[in-house]
Design a protein around this ligand. Sequence first.
Ligand SMILES: Nc1ncnc2c1ncn2[C@@H]1O[C@H](COP(=O)(O)OP(=O)(O)OP(=O)(O)O)[C@@H](O)[C@H]1O
Ligand SMILES: [Mg+2]
Length: 224
Amino acid sequence: MNEILSLQKITKTYYLQSEDIEVLRGVDLTVSEGEFVGIFGPSGSGKSTLLNIIGSLDKATSGTVRFNGMNLEEHDDTALSEIRNKQIGFVFQFHHLLSEFTCLENIALPGLLDCPSPRDVYDRAQHLLEKFGMADKRNRLPEQLSGGERQRVAIARALINDPLLILADEPAGNLDDMNTNKLLEVFVGLNHDGKTIILVTHSLDVERFGTHVYNLREGRLYAM
Ligand SMILES: Nc1ncnc2c1ncn2[C@@H]1O[C@H](COP(=O)(O)OP(=O)(O)OP(=O)(O)O)[C@@H](O)[C@H]1O
Ligand SMILES: [Mg+2]
């Protein structure tokens, strides 16, 4: 299988006035196309830090991140934001939907950057809404949706540019059990369709759905 991501000896230290906080102490990870990587770790173990480094939202203190054949350290901020927009889909604990835009518009927005055909983007957005059983809510604002529905819209938005990799940071953090299960089914379905996913969590039973499962502990990843 094609390698999509490779992390080598990733470290991350936050230098505060009073102390240095070594969050990641040498993380190695290889992710191939089609994997559903679940990373479990307690609160404060560095899951968001790691995911933000993978997604180039943050820089490692040392180590290399290879994504889709590119060394991310070698790219400037403009190139990185282009890579992020086109090739990586993010889903966060809080949906980060834009409150003044409808569901359909929120999903379409990342697809409209340098896009020759907005119509195609809206068609794809509509298709995603249908796929997630939300077609009847296309014109609602985020505040007019339930938490589970908002997260499904956030996933649809992450998919609009058909990214190579989906990064999910505690995506069910605010949901009840029923909506959590529904959301996990969405992720499992996407993975069955071939999407590569990395999901981090302190609460979910990652062994239930991940094809490759790791524990993040004391700054390192251990296969579970
Ligand atoms: N900007 C920062 N400056 C200093 N320390 C930070 C910063 N961001 C995170 N940390 C520290 O790094 C550690 C890891 O934080 P991180 O947010 O990655 O944890 P997490 O595993 O995602 O936790 P949670 O499950 O609560 O979301 C924590 O001890 C946190 O306090
Ligand atoms: Mg976190």
